[in-house]
Design a protein around this ligand. Structure first.
Ligand SMILES: [Zn+2]
Ligand SMILES: [Zn+2]
Length: 264
């Protein structure tokens, strides 16, 4: 099977992503309990014993909750940059030295037939980074947990066959909502999360001729709704002449269930 993936879970309660090729099967983040990780993988018929490793984007608990458990239970190597390793060390339990690997920011690492490029994002973690996956001429970009989408990021991810892109909150819902002001400021700030509107604006720039699917990801439970996110992004893209609903389709992600495996 060529490059394929599933968004196993996405949202502020826990994130996990699966990506695979002919000879590689990897997780990116394991932000739910070991039990839930196993259930999500079984939803898309992936046997955790067949996994080759886990990549880590950053040390927030919604990305590493089940990391240590999964790594120990299935003897999986973990790949993260040095600062992230240092920041998460105390939270993932004991991981043996031969399971710890460095994946520097702004680098390309090759896992069998899969090339993975990391890029840094502006987010309130030690050294948060996300990934572009390339195999057989296909490209998939995973971009969540960032305060804003820089020109550098746009260049790296542009014209992917599929985007998993943050659409965290509706700005009005967040402003009017019950969160204390300092939290609101964090989410809205440069190191917080991308709103529905900013998501659509960024997508307008990065969608290319190869783009077929966009998965709206990391939706806030309190400050967003699937329909609202989808409609906002869809309308803004349509207004800007993006052939949404024609050659490009929008997909939801869910905090508790996996999206079906997709092969671009
Ligand atoms: Zn997160
Ligand atoms: Zn985060």
């Amino acid at each position: 099977m060529s490059l394929h993936f599933s968004v196993l879970a996405s949202g502020s309660t826990g994130n996990a992503f699966y990506v695979g090729t002919e000879n590689q099967k990897l997780l990116v983040d394991a932000g739910l309990s070991g039990k839930q990780m196993e259930r999500l993988l079984s939803e898309v018929q992936i046997d955790p014993n067949e996994l080759d490793g886990i990549l880590v984007t950053h040390e927030h608990s919604d990305h590493i909750k089940g990391l240590g458990i999964m790594a120990r239970r299935y003897h999986l190597p973990i790949y993260a940059n040095e600062k992230t390793w240092r920041a998460m060390e105390g939270y993932i339990g004991k991981v043996s030295l031969d399971q710890k690997f460095d994946f520097p920011m702004s680098s390309v690492q090759t896992f069998g037939d899969l090339d993975i490029e990391s890029f840094g994002v502006s987010h309130d973690a030690a050294e948060p980074m996300f990934f572009v996956f390339r195999n057989g001429g296909k490209k998939v970009a995973l971009v969540t947990d960032l305060g804003y989408v820089s020109e550098r990021i746009k260049k790296t991810v542009e014209n992917a066959d599929a985007f998993i892109f943050e659409s965290n909150h509706d700005v009005e819902m967040l402003r009017m909502g019950r969160y204390p002001w300092n939290i609101k400021r964090r989410i809205l700030g440069d190191k917080g999360h991308v709103s529905n509107e900013d998501c659509a604006l960024a997508l307008t720039d990065i969608i290319g001729n190869d783009t077929k699917r966009i998965y709206l990801a990391h939706l806030s439970q309190d400050n967003n709704m699937k329909d609202l996110a989808r409609m906002s992004v869809q309308n803004m893209l349509k207004d800007r002449g993006v052939p949404i609903g024609e050659s490009i389709h929008l997909y939801d992600t869910d905090p508790t269930s996996a999206t079906p495996i997709y092969t671009p």
